[in-house]
Design a protein around this ligand. Structure first.
Ligand code: ARG
Length: 268
C-alpha cells in the first residue's frame, strides 16, 4: 500500500535559534537550495514511489514547522499531538491540531508530558519504539501506550547529536531495523536486539550523515545521499534505494524522516 505522508514546504525555514547541537544561527539556510532539496524529496515520494503527500500550510515565525514528523503521531484515526519541549516550537501544535481537525480526525489527544511526535515514536509491527530523554519525557511513553493500545518499548538516547529517536533508528521492514549503536544506552540496545530479528548497525559516518533519518516501506528506502555504507547494505539486501541530498535541513538537525509525518491508515 502506498504510504501517506504529511509535509510542509520550507518557505519560512531557517536557523533562527539553537535547540540542538547542529543548529548555529551563524550558519543560515540557503533558501533556494533548501527549496530544491525539499522538492526533490517531494518528487521522489509522489512521482517515483507513488506515495500520497498532503501538505500543511507553513507559518511565518515557525521555521521548524517544515519538520512535520514532530507534528504528531498518527495511527489509524488516532492522533497524539506533540507537546514540544522548547518554547520556540510550541506555537506549531495549534496549527497541526487544526490540520488534523479539518481532515476529519476526531480522536485527537495531547499527552501531559513532553512528546515530540513521530520524531520520538517509531512503529515497528505492533511495537512502538519510543525515545527519551532529550525531547520526550519517559512518562509520556506510558501515556502513549494507553492512548494507542500499543506496546511501547522505551529507548534511552545518550548522544545529544541524536536527540530524536528517528535520527538514530530506522524501521526498514517487519523483520529489520537499522540503528546507530553508540546513540543508545546498553540496556536499550539490548532491548531492540532481543525483539527485532535483524538489526543493521550504522557506521559513525552514516549516522553523522543522518542516514538513519530515512523512510522505508519495506521495499523502497529514501535516505540521505551521504550515507554511502547504508545505501550499499540496503542495495545488497535487494531494497530499492533512493538517495537524496538533505544538507540544508541537517543544518537544523533534520533530514528525510524529520520532513515527513506518516498518516497511517491502520496497524498491520
Ligand atoms: N530544528 C529542529 C529541532 O531541533 C529539527 C527537528 C528534527 N526532527 C526530527 N524528527 N528529528 O526541533
Amino acid at each position: 500500500m502506498p504510504k501517506k505522508i504529511l509535509m510542509c514546504s520550507p518557505e519560512f525555514f531557517d536557523i533562527e535559534y539553537e535547540i540542538n547541537p547542529w543548529m548555529h544561527v551563524g550558519n543560515p539556510v540557503q533558501p533556494d537550495l533548501a527549496r530544491q532539496q525539499w522538492q526533490l524529496l517531494y518528487d521522489i515520494y509522489t512521482k517515483r514511489l507513488g506515495w500520497e503527500v498532503s501538505l500543511i500550510e507553513p507559518v511565518s515565525g515557525l521555521p521548524d514547522m517544515v519538520f512535520t514528523a514532530n507534528g504528531g503521531l498518527v495511527v489509524g484515526d488516532r492522533v497524539a499531538l506533540p507537546k514540544f519541549r522548547q518554547p520556540e516550537r510550541q506555537g506549531e501544535t495549534a496549527h497541526f491540531e487544526r490540520w488534523f481537525q479539518q481532515r476529519g480526525f476526531t480522536d485527537i489527544w495531547q499527552p501531559t508530558h513532553d512528546f515530540e511526535g513521530e520524531g520520538d515514536a517509531l512503529l515497528w509491527n505492533r511495537v512502538l519504539f519510543a525515545g527519551y530523554p532529550w525531547r520526550t519525557d519517559r512518562p509520556a511513553h506510558a501515556e502513549l501506550e494507553r492512548f494507542f493500545g500499543l506496546s511501547v518499548v522505551s529507548l534511552q538516547l545518550t548522544d545529544a547529536r541524536f536527540y530524536h529517536l528517528d535520527t538514530a533508528l530506522a524501521v526498514i521492514d517487519e523483520r529489520t531495523v537499522a540503528l546507530y549503536p553508540k546513540a543508545f544506552s546498553a540496556d536499550s540496545l539490548e532491548r531492540v536486539r532481543s525483539i527485532v530479528p535483524t538489526v543493521i548497525e550504522a557506521t559513525d559516518e552514516d549516522a553523522v550523515a543522518y542516514g538513519l533519518n530515512s523512510l522505508s516501506d519495506g521495499h523502497s528506502v529514501v535516505i540521505s545521499d551521504r550515507a554511502t555504507n547504508l545505501i550499499s547494505i540496503y542495495r545488497q539486501r535487494g531494497l530499492d534505494v533512493h538517495p537524496t541530498p538533505i544538507g540544508e535541513f541537517q543544518k537544523s538537525g533534520g533530514g528525510v524522516k524529520c520532513l515527513s509525518l506518516e498518516l497511517r491508515d491502520l496497524v498491520v
